[in-house]
Design a protein around this ligand. Structure first.
Ligand SMILES: NC(=O)c1ccc[n+]([C@@H]2O[C@H](COP(=O)([O-])OP(=O)(O)OC[C@H]3O[C@@H](n4cnc5c(N)ncnc54)[C@H](OP(=O)(O)O)[C@@H]3O)[C@@H](O)[C@H]2O)c1
Length: 303
C-alpha cells in the first residue's frame, strides 16, 4: 500500500509490544514515516523500530515523550485488556484505559496531534448486535466501562481523534500470547479437548485488516468513529469449526458450551459484532474472507 499522503508524517504508537501494536509497528516500519514506538516493557519486541519505554499511567513521562517527539499521529493500541481481571483490578484498568488517555489527550491538544484510539464492541451489552457506530452503548462489564469512558475522554478534550471499534482480534504475531486461531490450532494439534461457546456472536477481525484500516484513516485524515471487523458474523464455535476444517484438525476435540457454563468473572456481550458499512464506503475497507486469512496465517506460521 502506498501512503503518499503521509510522507514523513510523525507517528507514535503506544502499546507497540501488544498484538495489534506489533503488526502496526511492522507495517509502519516499511512506510515513509518517522516512527516512534512505545510500550510498558524495557525493550521492543520489534528490534528495528525506534523505541522508548513508557508506562502511560505516568502522566509526566507520557506527556514528555509526546512533547519530545511532536507526533502528527498518536495511535493508542495500549490498554489493560484482561476482561476478567478488570473486574478485580478496577483501579489499574481505569488508570491504563481512561486516565492514560487523558494524559495523551492533554499533550495531543497542545500539539494538535491526531489520536487514533482503539476501542471495543464491549461498550455494548450484546442484547441486539451487530452494532452500527451510532448504536447506544451500555457496557455490562468493567472493561467495557473503561473503554466507553476512554472514548468519552477524547470527546471531552476536543482533540483531533478517530475512535476505531473492533472485536476479537486474530492473526499472527511473532511475540507474546498466541491469538485465538493459533491457540485453537495448537490445542487441537496437541489433542487437547477445548470448550468453545456457541452463544457469542461476533465478526472476528484479522489484525492486518485493522492495520490497513488505520493506515487508510491516516492517509485520508478521517476523524470520528469507525467500526472495523471481519466479513461475516458467526459464533465462536462456528469460527473454531472453520479453523479446524481449514487446518485439517480433529473437530471432535471441540465441545460446544454456553457462556454461562464458563462461570467467568466478567459478563460477555453475546449478540455482538460490528457493522462495517461506514468503513467500507468512507475508507474503502475491504476485509479478507476468513478462509483467505487462514491461508495467510498458514503461510506466515509455516503450518
Ligand atoms: N484483542 C482483542 O480481541 C480486542 C478486541 C477489541 C478491542 N481491542 C482493543 O484493541 C487494542 C489492542 O489490543 P491488543 O489485543 O493488541 O492488546 P494487548 O496484546 O493486550 O496489548 C496491549 C499493550 O498495551 C500495553 N500496556 C498495558 N498497560 C500499559 C501501560 N501502563 N503503559 C504502557 N503500555 C501498557 C501492554 O503491555 P504489557 O504486555 O506489558 O501489559 C501491551 O503491549 C486495545 O485497545 C484493546 O482494548 C482488542
Amino acid at each position: 500500500m502506498q501512503l503518499n499522503e503521509i510522507i514523513k508524517s510523525r507517528i507514535l504508537i503506544f502499546g507497540s509490544n501488544g498484538m495489534l501494536g506489533q503488526r502496526l509497528t511492522e507495517f509502519f516500519l516499511n512506510q515513509n514515516v518517522e516512527l516512534l514506538t512505545s510500550s510498558f516493557e524495557e525493550f521492543s519486541y520489534i528490534q528495528e523500530a525506534e523505541y522508548k519505554q513508557c508506562d502511560i499511567t505516568d502522566r509526566i513521562k507520557t506527556k514528555k515523550l509526546i512533547f519530545d517527539f511532536y507526533p502528527d499521529y498518536i495511535i493508542n493500541a495500549a490498554a489493560y485488556t484482561n476482561v476478567d481481571k478488570s473486574e478485580f483490578e478496577k483501579e489499574n484498568a481505569w488508570r491504563v484505559n481512561v486516565k492514560a488517555v487523558e494524559y495523551i489527550s492533554q499533550a495531543a491538544r497542545v500539539l494538535d496531534s491526531h489520536i487514533i484510539h482503539i476501542s471495543s464492541d464491549y461498550i455494548f451489552d450484546g442484547e441486539n448486535g451487530p452494532y452500527l457506530e451510532n448504536a447506544t452503548p451500555n457496557p455490562i462489564g468493567y472493561y467495557g466501562r473503561t473503554k466507553l469512558a476512554s472514548e468519552n475522554v477524547l470527546k471531552l478534550y476536543a482533540v483531533k481523534h478517530t475512535i476505531i471499534r473492533t472485536n476479537v482480534l486474530y492473526g499472527p504475531t511473532q511475540y507474546g500470547r498466541p491469538d485465538f486461531v493459533k491457540w485453537v490450532i495448537d490445542s487441537l494439534k496437541n489433542k487437547n479437548q477445548i470448550r468453545i461457546v456457541t452463544d457469542q456472536i461476533n465478526n472476528p477481525t484479522f489484525i492486518d485488516d485493522l492495520v490497513q484500516a488505520i493506515a487508510k484513516i491516516i492517509e485520508l485524515k478521517k476523524e470520528g468513529i469507525y467500526n472495523i471487523g471481519g466479513q461475516d458474523f458467526l459464533s465462536r464455535y462456528d469460527f473454531t469449526m472453520m479453523i479446524a476444517d481449514y487446518f485439517g484438525l480433529d473437530k471432535d476435540l471441540v465441545t460446544p458450551i454456553l457462556t454461562k457454563d464458563l462461570n467467568q468473572p466478567a459478563r460477555r456481550p453475546l449478540k455482538s459484532g460490528l457493522i462495517t458499512i461506514k468503513a467500507q464506503s468512507e475508507i474503502g475497507y475491504r476485509p479478507h474472507s476468513y478462509l483467505e486469512t487462514f491461508k495467510i496465517i498458514k503461510e506466515e506460521f509455516n503450518l
